[in-house]
Ligand binder design. Structure first.
Ligand code: CA
Length: 405
């Protein structure tokens, strides 16, 4: 029996009520304690190391807890729900609650491998039209497998980390040769990230039906992208320096259990994928995304429009026998819906810069120094209301002066 309401002031009915309980890693500013695992309730963090002897809470990452597996995840969620829901635990638990503004939040995961997919039909079609205007927007493989590439896990940074404008080779279509300098087409990609809890064996496969045995939870993810560097370098092997300078994820990891009410029908997949990619129709997630540029909402991409499901992406990652590890992260790819105001990148919102969009009366296309981008996510909660997933924010700083070789 789980409690349905919490004694924590201000939390009941909020986006961080008992039906949410995302995990993060924090340090209380007013203590000598090191980083530890906490769970968010309302605008407070519960120090799990303060009320439980389990060693994985006294850790600078969620990895040890994530590796423990689904039975431990469920058990922890049950006792945390009881501690925050049952008034009899209030006296013992309340001293271990810290206001969010009195803690430092950290990267919650020790990231293993990072893979980024390209699972939105609308995004892939839009980018295909812009990058390859004289060809079919979708390449022939796109509807047969979730396309992805291996990214750079060492540059996954927590929300709030400043993003220095990257430098690199750029060559506009009108230029004969490339030049070196700061990216002129810095962009975002609004995505969700999925985190592996329990790894798999080398040579094994994670079937689509084993998704929940291996996947711990979901983070907000911004795949910062330098479109000019990307467009010049990506042929024929895909993104490299145009993406690897930074990927931001949220401080909070929403456990899959909090998304039980968010599963929804995937869009129809035609042609039907090969057997190893077959899933139940109800494998999509009804998660709404907001993209804010300097505090103004500029787009509302719906995750429910994604063509490939998270279970299909994990199954595809391992179908050749490649293993996954605790802490592995995979990005969904840019979330773009069918309407112009649902596009999850500035590349698409401004149609490659050709059709600037207006924010607060000012025409905008790519990111400028001093811009702040924030991604917010909400989903139906299991108690009938909504829950918020971890938000991701980042401030764009000017490029550092390139050193002459
Ligand atoms: Ca991406």
């Amino acid at each position: 029996m789980t409690a349905s309401t919490t004694w924590v002031e201000g939390a009941a009915g909020s986006l961080f009520d008992l039906d949410n309980l995302p995990y993060g890693v924090f340090t209380p500013r007013d203590s000598q304690d090191g980083p530890r695992v906490g769970v968010r309730i309302g605008d407070l963090v519960l120090d799990l190391a303060g009320i439980s002897e389990d060693l994985w809470w006294r850790s600078p990452s969620l990895n040890a807890f994530m590796a423990a597996g689904p039975a431990q995840w469920a058990a922890a969620r049950a006792w945390i729900t009881e501690a925050l829901g049952d008034d009899s635990h209030r006296e013992r638990t309340a001293p271990h609650l810290h206001p969010l503004d009195a803690v430092d939040l950290h990267l919650p995961i020790e990231i293993g491998d990072y893979v980024d997919f390209y699972a939105s039909l609308q995004h892939a079609s839009n980018v295909g039209r812009m990058f390859r205007p004289d060809q079919e927007p979708l390449l022939p493989n796109w509807k047969h497998l979730p396309v992805g590439y291996h990214g750079r896990s060492g540059t996954v940074v927590p929300s709030g980390t400043d993003i220095v404008r990257p430098c690199g080779q750029r060559k506009a279509p009108t230029e004969d040769t490339p030049t070196f300098g700061p990216s002129r087409r810095l962009d975002i990609e609004a995505e969700l990230g999925f985190v592996v809890g329990v790894g798999s064996a080398l040579g094994g496969r994670v079937g689509t039906d084993a998704f929940a045995e291996h996947t711990f939870g979901v983070v907000g993810l911004n795949d910062w992208s330098a479109r000019d560097i990307q467009a010049w370098e990506y042929v024929p092997l895909g993104p490299f320096l145009g993406k690897s300078f930074a990927t931001s994820i949220s401080h909070w990891v929403t456990p899959l259990a909090a998304l039980d009410a968010a599963w929804t029908d995937l869009p129809v997949q035609d042609p039907q994928p090969l057997d190893y990619l077959r899933v139940d129709r109800r494998s999509g997630l009804d998660i709404e995304v907001e993209v804010l540029l300097n505090d103004t909402v500029v787009s509302r991409p719906p995750y429910s429009s994604m063509y490939w499901s998270p279970a299909q992406m994990l199954a595809h990652t391992t179908v050749n026998g490649a293993s996954v590890r605790t802490g592995d992260l995979w990005g969904s790819g840019t979330i773009s819906g069918g309407e112009p105001e649902q596009r999850g990148s500035f590349l698409e919102l401004s149609w490659g810069g050709a059709e600037p969009f207006t924010v607060g009366g000012v025409e905008r296309s790519f990111l400028e120094d001093g811009d702040t981008v924030t991604l917010r996510y909400t989903a139906p909660g299991t108690s009938g209301g909504r829950i918020a997933l971890g938000e991701v924010t980042g401030l764009v700083l000017p490029a550092t002066e390139p050193k002459q070789p």
